[in-house]
Design a binder for this molecule. Structure first.
Ligand SMILES: Cc1cc2nc3c(=O)[nH]c(=O)nc-3n(C[C@H](O)[C@H](O)[C@H](O)COP(=O)(O)O)c2cc1C
Length: 188
């Protein structure tokens, strides 16, 4: 629902919510750029392609993500943004751990498999999946995998930003990393 800013603030004050709610995420965004323009601009930011996983045993979940970023080296911390409307969000909402499996060139099929439309139970059909030190799915031949303990999260607009403390890293130094830029897969 889009309010005018003064209406929104008045309403929040009446409800006593002004301090509890991040005003930047509520209400009026009519002075911003539209979704297509934003997406076109963002498509020019090349990013590594990762499959972010959670779960254990037969209950495994994962999605392709390019919104992964380093936060801090000490303690080792990264962040991942997940769309709260995605089919695997309920699993990540409950998870205490997740793994960022960054893909290599040649693993575009895995990126597409985890990129939506395929039912969750079919996504792990390809690739050599192992259990990491915390029991979650780790791709054996990823360029690098970061197994993380969730430390905090914040909801912003349609997405949740998950912060993870890295508890284990597996690095494959033989090949490069799969990059997604201008809506194409590239070798990095
Ligand atoms: C190259 C690529 C990058 C993506 N990056 C993200 C991302 O950073 N965050 C996200 O929530 N979804 C991202 N997606 C989309 C998710 O992978 C997709 O929404 C997810 O698999 C859930 O789809 P579902 O609702 O059909 O299960 C990306 C997809 C592709 C192909």
């Amino acid at each position: 629902m889009a309010f005018q800013i003064h209406e929104r603030d008045t309403l929040l004050h009446r409800l006593g919510l002004a301090r509890e709610i991040d005003l930047g995420t509520v209400g009026d965004w009519s002075d911003t750029v539209d979704r297509a323009t934003f997406r076109n601009g963002m498509s020019r930011l090349g990013s590594a392609v990762s499959v972010v996983t959670t779960g254990a045993g037969a209950k495994r979940y994962g999605f392709t993500a390019s919104a992964v970023c380093s936060v801090s080296a000490a303690p080792p911390t990264l962040l991942v943004c997940i769309n709260r409307g995605s089919s695997c969000f309920p699993a990540f909402d409950k998870a205490s751990h997740f793994c960022v499996n960054t893909l290599m060139p040649g693993q575009e099929d895995i990126a597409e498999l985890f990129g939506g439309r395929t039912p969750t139970e079919d996504r792990f059909a390809f690739g050599d999946w192992e259990e990491g030190v915390t029991g979650i799915p780790v791709l054996a031949d990823a360029s690098v995998s970061f197994e993380c303990e969730l430390t905090s999260s914040v909801d912003e607009a349609t997405h949740r930003v998950m912060f993870g403390r890295v508890v284990d890293i597996r690095e494959n130094k033989k090949q490069g990393t799969l990059i997604y830029c201008t809506r194409r897969y590239l070798s990095g």
